[in-house]
Design a binder for this molecule. Structure first.
Ligand code: HPA
Length: 247
């Protein structure tokens, strides 16, 4: 049976309207996830929820135990995962408060533990990662957005940076030359770990600022938080509508 999990990012530590049935503190062979997993009901549908940065939000992107998070969701029975991510907008369509469902990524992170296939191997594993986000779950999300009249960008390349600092203007120029439309810090190794376990994984991103050098404005936490609180309610509506038809 298919079960959906939501990994909340910045601005989504708790889901308004989620009826909490149980909080499960899980320990995996890779360590503890960022927080106990909430087993709940949203719009009467079963869902799991895990805040990526912990609750309260204290774990920075480069310190997240991505393996424990994905393994815990897998162990509890999640077959599908939607990772919600706050990102910076690089190309002109990627305006603050816009929801983006990327179809590709480029990984610029370093030093993160990014595989389950590391030791005690019986064979060397190379997953196919041509399309890093689940084609079928992306399609469901895009159809839901269309049916509910929620404006989303239906294609984008997500450049995943190491953080926790934001980028320089030159780094963003380079990302743009590489083809990136948005920039964030958390879609990797989450996406590839989910693929390693055979879980359908997509990213639902919210643009919370123009990336470095794209405007003359300094990027402040106030700007980011303001756009987060403005845009996150649309994401919650979209996820609720997806769950209504999720089988
Ligand atoms: N860069 C990287 N990560 C981010 C940004 C950004 O501009 N905004 C939100 N997450």
């Amino acid at each position: 049976m298919n079960k959906l999990a939501i990994i909340g990012g910045s601005g989504l530590t708790q889901i308004t309207g989620l009826e909490i049935i149980e909080e499960k503190a899980i320990e995996t062979q890779w360590g503890k996830p960022s927080a106990p997993i909430t087993v709940g009901k949203f719009n009467t549908q079963d869902v799991f929820f895990l805040p990526r940065h912990g609750d309260p939000h204290l774990i920075p992107p480069h310190k997240i135990n991505y393996r424990a998070n994905i393994a815990a969701l897998y162990d509890i029975g999640a077959t599908h995962i939607i990772g919600v991510n706050a990102v910076g907008g690089i190309t002109t369509d990627m305006t603050p408060c816009r929801i983006v469902i990327p179809d590709q990524l480029i990984d610029y992170t370093h030093g993160r533990i990014d595989t389950f296939h590391e030791s005690n191997l019986s064979e060397v594993v190379h997953i196919d990662f041509t399309y890093p986000y689940s084609i079928s779950l992306r399609e469901q999300l895009l159809q839901t957005a269309n049916q509910t009249n929620i404006d989303v960008a239906s294609k984008a390349i997500y450049g995943v940076t190491q953080g926790p600092r934001l980028e320089t203007a030159a780094e963003i120029k380079r990302l743009e030359q590489d083809g990136c439309d948005i920039v964030g810090m958390t879609s990797m190794p989450e996406a590839s770990l989910a693929r390693e376990l055979g879980t359908e994984y997509v990213c639902c991103a919210l643009v919370v600022n123009w990336a470095a050098g794209k405007t003359s404005e300094v990027i402040t936490m106030e700007i980011i938080e303001q756009n987060l609180s403005q845009g996150m309610s649309q994401i919650i509506t979209l996820l609720g509508a997806l769950l209504d038809n999720f089988e």
